[in-house]
Design a protein around this ligand. Structure first.
Ligand SMILES: [Fe+2]
Ligand SMILES: [Fe+2]
Length: 173
């Protein structure tokens, strides 16, 4: 008997579809990350402002990756069409988490800020790659209804991992 792909299983999930599909929701987070990364890398920003922006970026990234893996990557990482990109994204998430732990431990302010900016460059490459390769490929292959069900899973997980009262997705300063 032919083995069902994990993507197929997702399309059979008994969850209500969300108003927006998972790709659209992921892109919204990426957009909020880009705003925060710009603030971290700004030449005019004070160290205090950079610290604050990075703190928000870190919370957003940690919440985003959990929800991205749960709703999308873990469901397609055995699918021949997507496994390379999905596995690469997951491993990059692990690397990012380790780097964030290292930055948290640093005491020297100059080194900390330099590493925050380097992290932003790595994060930018990561989200550019997801947006240019994985997301369009997945969108082309998957049904709208599947993406909307995955959207529900994404929102649920995102809600569990975000900190109370924060609306990171709407940051625009
Ligand atoms: Fe990612
Ligand atoms: Fe992402």
């Amino acid at each position: 008997m032919k083995k069902k792909s994990r993507l197929k299983k997702t399309s059979e999930l008994h969850v209500e579809p969300s108003a927006e599909g998972v790709v659209k929701l992921l892109l919204k987070d990426h957009e909020a990350m880009r705003v925060l990364m710009k603030q971290v890398k700004s030449h005019r920003a004070t160290p205090a402002k950079i610290y604050k922006s990075f703190e928000l970026l870190e919370k957003l990234v940690l919440s985003h990756v959990k929800a991205e893996e749960y709703s999308l990557l873990n469901r397609i990482d055995h699918h021949p069409k997507f496994e390379d990109h999905a596995k690469e994204s997951i491993e990059e998430h692990n690397i990012h988490e380790n780097i964030l732990k290292g930055i948290r431990r640093l005491r020297d302010q100059d080194r900390k800020i330099t590493q925050m900016k380097i992290f932003c460059e790595m994060l930018k490459d990561h989200i550019d790659e997801e947006e240019e390769e994985l997301f369009p490929q997945f969108k082309k292959y998957s049904a709208t209804s599947t993406r909307k069900k995955m959207g529900t899973l994404f929102l649920r997980r995102r809600e569990q991992t975000r900190l109370n009262g924060e609306h990171l997705g709407s940051m625009n300063d």
